[in-house]
Design a protein around this ligand. Structure first.
Ligand SMILES: [Zn+2]
Length: 329
């Protein structure tokens, strides 16, 4: 069997993975633990019977840092103890919990000096697994609590948005698993002010080009349509076609609805909600007006949650399904 390369010193003087263990190997040269599946340098592990997980130092730093932003925004600085408790806790009998040693907590705490914008930039590079694990944990520590407030909930969605996670689905998840509805979370997101400076606007994954995009969701997004390259539009069409054939081929608008270059968020939303089966019209605008889709999604979530539920089931299932699976919902 080939030896796994150490994530720290790059030597291959490593142990074999232990059967039934955490899927990690130990380096005999530098004592580093490396996750076999991802090659990740392991900082600490949760030895949960059904959900074992290996954390990198960055991931634990993100729990503390992003959790702190949320509590700062929600004006609940004392609740940070909950985050430290989560990191420290380990059940002496079942061995559940991370049980992070004092020295390691110090390392993570020291990194808070790096600032929130650094944390956001690191979080954008997370894998999908790391992202959903991070937001699961923040949900458990901050939201799944008796004292949860609307500002904490809204700040968590806003952070998810800034990290370029699937915040729309996460918002739906939170509306179903917190005391707050989408119609409350959306406006609360507009009112909170995340204290992040100098974020470089790299958010072009969703083809939004508004320079204020990292600051606030834009409900009214009425600028003219930015140019889309041929390549890009081909990609979008291909991608959409795949999704539509996979999830929904029956639903087409009964009345012919067309997209014009004068369409804006408001008119697109009107056309979508005028249909019994909104998916066909939504798909069309997703292709013809991709730059409006984030604003359209947001407007639908707030003003037409029933239509949004149909659309997000067809288009945005991955992240929320992962979370539901994680919690066994
Ligand atoms: Zn090593």
């Amino acid at each position: 069997m080939n030896k796994i390369i150490c994530s720290n010193c790059r030597n291959n003087h490593t142990s074999n993975p232990i059967a039934g263990g955490l899927g990690t190997v130990f380096c005999f040269d530098c004592s580093t633990e490396t996750e076999v599946k991802t090659g990740k340098k392991v900082f600490a592990s949760r030895i949960h019977p059904t959900n074992p997980y290996n954390f990198s130092e960055d991931e634990l730093f993100l729990i503390l840092s992003l959790g702190s932003i949320i509590l700062e925004v929600a004006e609940k600085p004392k609740k940070i103890d909950k985050i430290y408790e989560y990191l420290k806790w380990r059940d002496p009998n079942t061995k559940e919990g991370i049980g992070l040693e004092k020295e390691k907590i110090k390392i993570i705490k020291k990194r808070l000096k790096e600032g929130y914008s650094v944390a956001i930039e690191i979080s954008k590079k997370m894998t999908e697994d790391e992202g959903s694990n991070l937001f699961n944990i923040l949900f458990q520590i901050l939201i799944n609590q008796k004292d949860v407030t609307i500002n904490e909930t809204a700040a968590l969605v806003e952070i998810c948005r800034l990290t370029e996670g699937n915040w729309q689905s996460f918002m739906v998840f939170l509306s179903e698993n917190s005391p707050f509805k989408i119609a409350e979370i959306g406006p609360a997101m507009k009112n909170i002010n995340i204290p992040i400076e100098n974020i470089i606007n790299k958010q072009n994954k969703s083809t939004m080009t508004n320079s204020n995009d990292n600051k606030k969701p834009n409900i009214e997004y009425n600028t003219s349509m930015p140019t889309i390259t041929k390549e890009k539009s081909k990609e979008i069409i291909k991608d959409d076609h795949k999704k539509e054939t996979a999830s929904d081929t029956k639903t087409k608008p009964q009345v012919a609805i067309s997209a014009t270059k004068d369409d804006n968020t408001e008119s697109i939303v009107k056309k979508i909600v005028s249909q019994d089966s909104p998916i066909g019209v939504y798909s069309m605008f997703k292709i013809t007006h991709p730059n409006f889709i984030v604003a359209v999604n947001f407007t639908l979530q707030i003003h037409h949650p029933e239509v949004w539920l149909v659309i997000r089931k067809a288009y945005y299932p991955t992240f929320i399904d992962k979370i539901k699976k994680f919690f066994g919902i």
